[in-house]
Structure formats: C-alpha cells, structure tokens
Design a protein around this ligand. Sequence first.
Ligand code: 5GP
Ligand code: ZN
Length: 113
Amino acid sequence: MDCLFCKIVNGDIPATVLYEDDDVIAFEDIMPQAPTHFLVIPKRHISTLNDLTDDDAPMVGKLQITAAKIAKQKGISDAGYRVAMNCNEMGGQTVYHIHMHVLGGRAMTWPPG
Ligand code: 5GP
Ligand code: ZN
C-alpha cells in the first residue's frame, strides 16, 4: 500500500512515536502548526472519514481518548487545545489515511481558515 501513514505504522518511515497499541499510533507532526502538534491515527488503513462504518466506532473513540491522554501528558489539557480531522480536498486533507490532529500551546482561532 503506497500510503505515507501506513509506512509510519509499518516502521518503513521514521516518526517520533508518542503512543502505540494494537489499534492506534500517535506521533509528532513533521510540520508542527503549534508548539504542540501531534497526530493520532488508526493502524488500519482508512482513506477518509467518509469510509468509516458503524464497526469503526470503538476505534474512533480510541483515537479521541488517546488524544486526550497524550494532551494531558504533554501538559496542554488545562490551558486547552484543538482537535481536528480534515476530510477530502475542501476539508484540507493532504494525507489520505485518517488522522486526528491535536494542536496546543498557543491560543487557537475560530473559525479555522
Ligand atoms: P492533513 O492535511 O491531511 O489533515 O494532515 C496531514 C499532516 O501530516 C500534516 O500536518 C503534515 O505536516 C503531516 N505529515 C505529512 N507528512 C508527514 C511525515 O512524513 N511524517 C509526519 N510525522 N507527519 C507528516
Ligand atoms: Zn494508510
């Protein structure tokens, strides 16, 4: 599978891994848009949010719980942080393996651009 994030899952491309279990992996974003910016992704390839099914509910929940745990470990929980998932071109998606962005360490603006 010619997918960048599958290559990170498989260890073919290095990443600064923050957490890993059988279902999900979290790693630092290579081009951070905030002092803290990491990604949480399922290990199984899913191209976009449009491809999720009811069976994926536990995995999607785990993405969010993992994001919150790491945010706490990184000390950004109390001040606050942003979670974002981009879907397809107009949503700003550039890597077609779903991923949850977690950004913190600076004040976020709303609405996002
Ligand atoms: P998207 O635009 O699809 O929502 O987000 C893709 C994210 O993946 C971007 O924030 C980008 O910086 C990050 N990214 C792209 N290539 C790599 C890479 O090789 N390693 C890591 N760690 N992050 C990457
Ligand atoms: Zn993939």
